[in-house]
Design a protein around this ligand. Structure first.
Ligand code: CP
Ligand code: NVA
Length: 306
């Protein structure tokens, strides 16, 4: 593993190995602290968009492992505006051992990886959110066990970057995946084709529907995300109207398995894609899921930088 750009790039064994590593690092940390396996190592955190979880979990993850993280705000480097993405990669990678980047266009992630002398980690692009995906499967494994074959995840909402990483992760690990969303907001065709390919390899099923009840029927996990992602703010009002039938509320959760867990990458728009009752209710694993960002990313950092 040279970079961490998409769960689609990992073999099922590599993904399983990262999850095992994350569990070990989480256990070690809970028992009093991590060993400083990244002493002397540095990570540049390059952001084109806001963040709570990604920024803080990477920064504290580096601190816990004995390394150093350098936050670079959207106003600092101005990827592609102040200088080209390639030049940013060439220069920044002379100073830091690794680069974590959150960008608008995934082509910037690919360009950073091409021109950086060290590893690049995708901290969210318009295409996918693999750090989130890895943390999500850590959370799912903790709640549903290591063998996810025959288990089902239902994603309700926009076929976006977060849905993409979930599709890749589920199909790599052999978990059934269903998505329900409004017509016209489906997952990208190339993404769906990759999901079909991985599903054929692992022997699981994937399905897309416009009916949320159909998707959550038999589900072990219900997952949702905002209807308008960062960069789509001007579409927010229209999407709020179109996606209202896809709200994850108590009535929808009741259609899934009795022990279903409910997940959201956060930030949540309470009252839109998810209700307060579900966020704060008995099926919610939202806060463990958010914490797991840090543990999953430590595994990625250990793999790429140690
Ligand atoms: N889930 C997630 O990536 O959160 P932030 O946007 O706060 O980093
Ligand atoms: N789909 C959302 C995820 C935020 C973590 C976005 O891209 O804004």
């Amino acid at each position: 593993m040279k970079h961490f750009l998409s769960l689609a790039d990992l073999t099922p064994d590599e993904m399983g190995g990262l999850l095992d590593k994350a569990i070990a690092l989480k256990t070690e940390w809970k028992q009093g602290g991590n060993r400083p396996i990244l002493a002397g190592k540095s990570l540049g955190l390059l952001f084109q968009k806001p963040s709570l979880r990604t920024r803080v979990s990477f920064e504290m993850g580096m601190v816990h492992l004995g390394g150093y993280a350098l936050y670079l705000s959207p106003f600092e480097i101005q990827l592609g505006k102040r200088e080209s993405t390639a030049d940013v990669a060439r220069v920044l990678s002379r100073y830091v051992d690794g680069i974590m980047a959150r960008v608008f266009s995934h082509t910037d992630i690919l360009e950073l990886a091409e021109y950086s002398s060290g590893p690049v980690i995708n901290g969210l692009s318009d295409y996918n959110h693999p750090c989130q995906g890895l943390a999500d499967f850590l959370t799912i494994v903790e709640n549903k066990g290591h063998d996810l074959r025959g288990k089902k995840i239902a994603f309700i909402g926009d076929g976006n970057n977060v849905a993409t990483s979930l599709l890749f992760g589920a199909t790599k690990l052999g978990m059934d995946f269903a998505i329900a969303g409004a017509a016209g907001y489906e997952m990208r065709e190339d993404v769906w084709h990759l999901g079909q390919q991985f599903a054929a390899e692992s022997g699981c099923h994937i399905a897309a529907t416009t009916d949320p009840v159909e998707a959550v029927t038999g589900a072990d996990v219900i997952y949702t995300d905002v209807w308008a992602s960062m960069g789509q703010e001007e579409e927010a009002a229209e999407r709020a109207r179109i996606f209202m039938p896809y709200q994850v509320n108590t009535a929808l959760v009741a259609q899934a398995k009795p022990d279903v867990i409910v997940m959201h990458c956060l930030p949540a728009h309470r009252g839109q894609e998810i209700t307060d009752a579900v966020c704060d209710g008995p099926h919610s694993v939202l806060w463990d899921q958010a914490e797991n960002r840090m543990h999953a990313q430590k595994a990625i950092l250990a793999e790429l930088l140690a």
